[in-house]
Design a protein around this ligand. Structure first.
Ligand code: GLN
Length: 194
């Protein structure tokens, strides 16, 4: 499986390392033409307004929407989750508008800007270690979205078909199971097309 990591801004190298550790070939994606060679794409954490701005500038909004329409999986972490969402709380215009959910940015407030916790994720056996950094929360999801994990009753991992979203940073630990889960999604999507 060849999986790309959108390399406009944010935690790119860490995702590449985790994808490789989980058994995929991983490439940093800087131009839309590179998307053709991929079976899946990660949109990393960073700063969602900046990532969104750069995506518009370099033609990634339409290109990634087409990539997704072709059945290829997307995985958004932290800022990447915000980029996937249909709706952002407040007055902010959403970016890819692919996943039927409303997200709140920086949803943990100042006291808990950054923290780590063990998280039960549906489809993964033992809890995973999750690092939250100025993290968003999923406030509301549509009927087609499956909630994979919650933290204090708030949604922090969700899946809608070929779209996977996590409000934390799975790439900042040595636990590669969520990346392996995404690689499995890419394998299933590739098999479904073959
Ligand atoms: N707070 C950032 C945003 O709203 C996301 C933080 C992150 O990706 N670690 O874009």
């Amino acid at each position: 499986m060849k999986i790309g990591v959108l390399a406009l801004q944010g935690a790119v190298a860490e995702h590449i390392r985790s994808l490789e550790a989980a058994g995929a070939e991983a490439v940093a994606i800087k131009r839309v033409e590179q998307l053709d060679e991929l079976q899946g794409l990660v949109i990393p954490g960073g700063e969602s307004t900046t990532i969104g701005k750069l995506m518009r500038k370099y033609g990634f909004i339409d290109a990634i929407r087409q990539f997704s329409a072709a059945g290829k999986p997307l995985f958004g972490t932290c800022a990447g989750l915000i980029v996937l969402a249909d709706r952002i709380e407040g007055n902010e215009e959403a970016h890819l508008k692919l996943m039927d959910m409303t997200v709140a940015r920086n949803a943990f407030g100042r006291q808990r800007e950054s923290f780590e916790t063990d998280l039960d994720v549906k489809g993964i056996n033992e809890p995973i270690r999750a690092v939250f950094i100025r993290a968003p929360l999923i406030k509301e999801v549509g009927a087609g979205v499956e909630v994979l994990s919650t933290y204090n009753e708030e949604i922090v991992t969700a899946r809608q078909g070929t779209l996977l979203a996590a409000s934390y940073h799975p790439e900042l630990t040595d636990d590669f199971r969520l990346h392996a889960y995404f690689i499995e999604m890419a394998k299933e999507a590739a098999a479904a097309k073959a």
